[in-house]
Design a binder for this molecule. Structure first.
Ligand SMILES: [Zn+2]
Length: 197
């Protein structure tokens, strides 16, 4: 088995090949970072809670060490999926959407108006409605982005490779039943590309 630094440079080299450059933004290229154990780069504390997986932030592709030595087919599928996030600027849209919801003066003013004029119970109901609406919106965005990245990966490495890798990761991260959310992504790809179940 190649040492980790050599393996990371293979990931980097392959990411460079798989990621189609954006013509008007040529410097927006993948940069592969190895994530050891629960270590998380300082700029992304949410990764302290996750051990295994591949993640993206702007142009950074963060790969956990347990995925580092997977087969070349799976490596390419993981990289292609993350490159899909990168080329579609998903991290930027996430940050914009979160800012819009969490730091919005109109929403705050509206909620406090309800509290001031209609009383605490309508304010609570309004807040719960706001929360439910935001979560639904975030969920829709998450589905949309994952499907977009899956489709990008299919175009780069083929549907069979992406489905195999999703199934492998699903079992590795969530056990034999997998996660309903990843199962749905696998089903979608099977239906779309007419793969046998
Ligand atoms: Zn993804």
């Amino acid at each position: 088995m190649a040492p980790d630094f050599q393996q990371t440079s293979i990931w980097q080299k392959e990411a460079n090949e798989l990621c189609k450059p954006i013509r008007w933004l040529p410097f927006w290229r993948p940069r592969v970072i190895l994530k050891r154990g629960r270590f998380s780069p300082w700029f992304w504390p949410v990764l302290w809670f996750t051990k295994s997986g591949a993640f993206n932030l702007f142009f950074l592709l963060i790969v956990s060490e347990d995925l580092l030595h997977c087969s070349p087919e799976r490596r390419r599928a993981i990289l292609a999926h993350e490159c899909g996030h990168l080329t579609h600027f998903h991290a930027l849209v996430w940050i914009a959407a979160a800012t819009l919801v969490l730091r919005n003066d109109f929403i705050r003013a509206g909620l406090s108006w309800v509290g001031a004029h209609l009383g605490p119970w309508p304010a609570l109901v309004a807040f719960m409605a706001f929360l439910a609406l935001s979560l639904t919106g975030f969920r829709a965005l998450l589905y949309w982005f994952e499907h977009q990245a899956d489709d990008y990966a299919v175009a780069r490495v083929g549907a069979l490779g992406v489905v195999d890798t999703l199934e492998w990761l699903n079992g590795k991260m969530f056990g034999t039943d997998g996660s309903p959310w990843v199962n749905a992504r696998i089903r979608r790809l099977r239906d779309l590309h007419r793969l046998p179940a």
